[in-house]
Write a protein of this length. Sequence first.
Length: 254
Amino acid sequence: MSKKELLTPLSSLFLRRTLTSTPYFSINPIPQCFQSRTVRPLFPLPGFDFPGKCFICSQFGNKAQCWNCSAAARTTPFLLCSSCRCIQPLDHSVDYFQIFGLERKYDSVEEQLEGKYKDWQKKLHPDLVHSKSEREREYAAEQSARVIDAYRTLSKPLARAIYILKLEGVDIDDEETLSDLDLLSEIMEIREAVEEAPDSQALNQIQSLMQEKLKQWSNSFAKAFQSRNFEEAVKAIRRMTYYERVNEEIVKKL
């Protein structure tokens, strides 16, 4: 993607250029249980917090048991004991893809996610657990919160990309500043265009351009991840991060 391809449509809208600062972000450190690969980024990421214990380092070999009757789990995730019907506590070894019964891959997730999320909502609806013990109601609330967080993460391309790399143990250095001169020039041009947009029509034009670029780099990430090229995957995330940030700024101005 050349600098010229981006600058041409924006410069036709705005003539003056001003140097603007590049925002910095941070991402929570990856748990030490991951055997991480260090990948040097282009610029820091926004903070995406995936709560809970370590995901892939937990003891998958140990079969989960019901806290009430000690029956072995028959399903993953272990939500409801099939023997005594007691609601079970969170199992943090189950990652977000497993919660929805999805293959751990980046693309084609949205097609299945919505329906599976609605199924979980029905299972964890408060009306279905109000007669349970206080302990089970607390478990149900924790399960529901985790399902919601999993859905929000997997339903957004950028958050999903960051999460799936985290599961692979990729350690992204969030302290390195932007060093790609072409990207830096592109960033300044777009930020200038947003700041100087005379009306909502101009902002919508920029937003459409950002959405197209998000789609392009999302596809680039999918290809890089599938081929296990984590270096290129991180580069794609950096681009997606910035374009997503621009979209957020445009929404505030509209």
